[in-house]
Structure formats: structure tokens, C-alpha cells
Ligand binder design. Sequence first.
Ligand code: URA
Length: 283
Amino acid sequence: MRGTPHRADMWGMEQERPALAAALALQCDWGADEALMESPADRLAVRDAPARAPEAARPAPEPTQPRAVRASPVALATAPPAITRAETLAEAAPDLAALKAAIAAFDGSALKETATNLVFGDGVADSGLMLIGEAPGADEDRAGRPFVGASGQLLDRMFASVGLSRESSFYITNILPWRPPGNRTPTDAEVALFLPFLRRQVALVRPKRLVLVGGVAAKGLIGGKEGITRLRGRWHEVDIPGLGRLPALPTLHPAYLLRSPASKRDAWADLLLLRRALDQASG
Ligand code: URA
């Protein structure tokens, strides 16, 4: 029975506190910055356990993501490289629903193992305008929708100031469909691995223009060594297989603008460039 802890127990808890704090800090350093269940689950022990725990003792079901099927060592040795499999899967997808299913089934990235939900896209696919950001954060991972957290809300306000919204005037997605643990910046290898899926998504959405939100999206699609501060403020061209060359406008990421409000002036200049291009095309 639980009751008020004894003095001796309290003393023991006080002694353990620094060790517990250090263990927690280690978890955060490794990217486990969010508690999903009441009690921790040792996934390695769960995987290796020969017998299933009784129903009542099992942890509550986890969110939507299907559990990865582990390939045998022989299958892994003979499988084509992950990037080749990504290209093949992406090319075979005839529409957005099929592409989303293909990404969900793709097991070539460890990101899928730590994310909760696939974040595929949001907004109006046939609007002619497509925004591409970096990667889902904690809020997006939970909701399964891109740009719903603080930076997404700023992005919505910024685009609304030039008359654009995801409800009526653009489609929005990210370079990566899974959240990198601890919101770390995607690696070049992760970007390269998911680019075939993103390019196919662009080819299926068939926008007339792209807005590349932040340095990761800009570098991923434009290439080269220039950073976002040099790339932004002018139109570039991006080649999309099956669609051709598309005008693409890199701009500052709203997460950066939240940290550096003085740069909002540059973001505003980019939005005016976008507005002008849209007006010229329709007028
Ligand atoms: N930042 C991004 O780049 N994308 C999101 O979906 C959320 C935050």
C-alpha cells in the first residue's frame, strides 16, 4: 500500500535525485524529449522476449505508426540500397495517396522508428503553389500535419498578410516526412534518401511555383554550397523529373524568424516577390 514515504526512504530518494536527473539529461541529449506512455518500455527486451506478456500487463497501444518489420540478415545483404528502393517506390506511385502509403511502408530510414506519425502534406494540392519546409517538429509529429506548431502559426500569419492560406491558396509539405529525434537538423544523407519521394510528390501536385522554406529545403532542392541568406530574395529554377523546370523562391524559415525577429523584413520582401509573381501570372 502506498503512503507517506519514511524518512529513510526520503533520504534514499534525495540520494538518487542527481543520478535520476543525469539519466533524464542523457535521454534528452539522445533525442527522447517527449513522454509517450505512462511508464517506459524497453523495446529491446520486448523484441527479444520469447513469450507475450499477459494482456493486462501490456502497455497501452502506441500511436498510429505501424511497427517496423525487421528484415533478416540475408535479405538485408541482398536488398538494393535504400536510396534505390526509395526511387523505385516513388516512381511507381500513381497518385498522392499511393505515394503516402509508399513512404509509410518504406523501411530504409531509422527516422521512422522514432517518429509517431507520418507527416505528408496539407492544403490545396491543385492551387498551383507548393511550400516545402524542413522536417516535422514535436507538434507536427503528434498531429501528423506539417507546420502546426509555433513556427507553422507564424508561417500562416506571414502568408495571410499577402492573401495566401493553406485552406485556399497553397499546398505545404517538408523535405522529410518523419520527425528527426529531438528536432535535430536533418543530415545530408536523410535529405538525399527522401528526395525521390519529395520530387515525386511535387510531380504529382504539379504546382507552377515552389517556395523553399529555410536552408535545408533550399539546399536540398537547389543544391550548391550557398546558404539561405544568399539564396533568398530571388527566384531560382528546380528540375523536377516528369514535370520540368519550376520557379522556386527560397525564404527564411519561420523558426529562424522567431529567434531573429529583425530578419522579418527580409521575409516580408520575399513574400512581396511571391505576391508580385502570382499577380503577374493571373493578371
Ligand atoms: N518546421 C518545418 O520545417 N516543418 C514543419 O512541419 C514544422 C516546423
